[in-house]
Design a protein around this ligand. Sequence first.
Ligand SMILES: Cc1cc2nc3c(=O)[nH]c(=O)nc-3n(C[C@H](O)[C@H](O)[C@H](O)COP(=O)(O)OP(=O)(O)OC[C@H]3O[C@@H](n4cnc5c(N)ncnc54)[C@H](O)[C@@H]3O)c2cc1C
Length: 390
Amino acid sequence: MGTTSVDVLVVGGGVHGASATWHLARRGVDVLLVERGELAGGPTGRSSAVCRAYYTDPFLARVAREALDVLASFAEHTGGRDAGFHPTGGLFLHGPADVGVVTRTAAALSAIGTATDLLTPAELTERFPRLALDGVACAAYEHGAGYADPVLTTTGMVGHARDLGARVRLRSEVVGLDVHGGAGRGVTVGLADGTRVAAGRVLLAAGPWTGRLARLVGASLPLTVERHVVATFATGGTDHLDVVMADVPGGYYVKPETGGTLLAGPLTPEPAIDDPDTLDERIHDAEVAALGTALVRRVPDLAAAQPRGGWASLYDVSPDWQPVIGEIAPGVVVDAGTSGHGFKLAPALGGYVAGLVLGEADPGLAAFHPDRFAAGGGLAAGYGEARILG
Ligand SMILES: Cc1cc2nc3c(=O)[nH]c(=O)nc-3n(C[C@H](O)[C@H](O)[C@H](O)COP(=O)(O)OP(=O)(O)OC[C@H]3O[C@@H](n4cnc5c(N)ncnc54)[C@H](O)[C@@H]3O)c2cc1C
């Protein structure tokens, strides 16, 4: 209870709030992170955490490149902490409609230091002989892609931020936002226990709950929430798949985990749900079976892999499946709408968001402001229905 003050208050201890807090602390800013549950206790902790810089959007391709560099040398950046990053390489399979964009994307990525090979079906067969190539016209192979541990990544950045002086309040919910505007600026933030925090600026990084908070400052964000599943399979006696793979014609992605387990999830949209607090976190047998069938169609020698259940969590989705980042009220900035592909961006994107909060926006961020939708606009993203590839 009582009143306290801080220069920047960050709402949400998922990977995006964690990264912005970390970058602000590294810049010497007085910052307080407020999380209603535990760090990475929401969708971040349920993330498949596939890390690739394979993006069609040039700004996100650059940010992802920078983020993967951070993940690959996380200890150097965070005082010896570990993000659990495994560089497996990433394979992206595409149908005939995508060949032109894939060709241009692979060249553009290689030009900015993301080594990406364009593969014909014949080259794919030679390098990945286990794959059945029905519907595949080309592929891209990103050498430095892989996967990380989403909880370690989040707690690692927050841990280092704390070392640098950041304050963190867990199990503490933001329930009120009162924007002062005008010359005094500043935002009074109300917490559920009655504490009031006088903040110079506020960052809303509350994932699927961001729209609700934005309404407290009179902003209406066009974000929806979707339930998405991850199914797990034990490869048992068969060979493990040791590459992260997005199968666009097949409509799913798959990644390896240590211990002979594979994780698979859809690349396609799901219906919006009304209330993120009523999520059904269980995966249903039919959902596991559908992903298993798609995977075995592409990798027939995984037919003996055993379903091991899985889980469901939430994507906060914007109309174009690209993040929504910008100031939405005086002193209130939003970073949300990551649409199922925001984990790997966070370690670097947080630096850009920190700059925006401090009034030093990188020009590349302007295109991600939520007002892009007002006139029916939006960014291009991914391939057909698989806009999640960004
Ligand atoms: C199943 C699944 C698989 C995914 N796979 C990948 C992948 O392979 N690669 C990839 O890059 N991305 C992936 N993603 C997407 C990625 O995980 C998200 O983009 C990212 O985790 C979003 O992080 P965030 O910090 O924005 O939000 P969140 O993780 O949703 O965190 C928001 C936090 O805000 C807190 N909060 C909410 N309201 C309040 C309040 N009023 N007061 C205080 N705290 C509040 C919540 O408790 C929560 O902890 C996946 C997501 C899911 C669900």
